[in-house]
Design a protein around this ligand. Structure first.
Ligand SMILES: [Zn+2]
Length: 129
């Protein structure tokens, strides 16, 4: 079975061309041939990128947004992220705002609340400015 290239194209989808044998990328997305040493600048950039990524992941774990590194699995109790990238971005923004503002998140989901609980939750929630 031939693998398919796992590189992302500009519209966010997978490249999908057949990968080179024994590799994960096609001829367009392949870098240096195997066995050749990585350029020092490329190596430095790769390591720096990983360092920044790890920093971000640790911060997200501290905020309780993800349960583990490196999977980046979302913490339990958080609603699933939307498949739509725009909505997903908005969800992340709301979660970030909640984390920084320290707004109390209701223990129950909106759909599970009784009418009285909904009313008290809406009354105690801060008004958007
Ligand atoms: Zn490709």
């Amino acid at each position: 079975m031939t693998r398919h290239c796992n590189a992302r194209n500009r519209s966010g989808g997978l490249c999908g061309k057949p990968a080179r044998s024994g590799e994960t990328r096609c001829h367009l997305h392949n870098g240096r041939p195997p066995g050749t040493p990585e350029h020092p600048n490329s190596r430095a950039a790769r390591l720096e990128g990983r360092r920044r990524w790890l920093e971000r992941m640790k911060a997200a774990k501290e905020r309780g947004e993800i349960a583990k590194i490196p999977g980046g699995r979302r913490a339990r109790g958080l609603p699933p992220l939307s498949k739509d990238p725009t909505i997903r971005k908005a969800q992340r923004m709301v979660e970030k705002m909640k984390a920084t503002r320290d707004v109390a998140v209701p223990a129950k989901a909106w759909g599970e609340m009784s009418k009285g609980e909904k009313l008290s939750a809406a009354a105690s929630a801060p008004r958007p400015s």
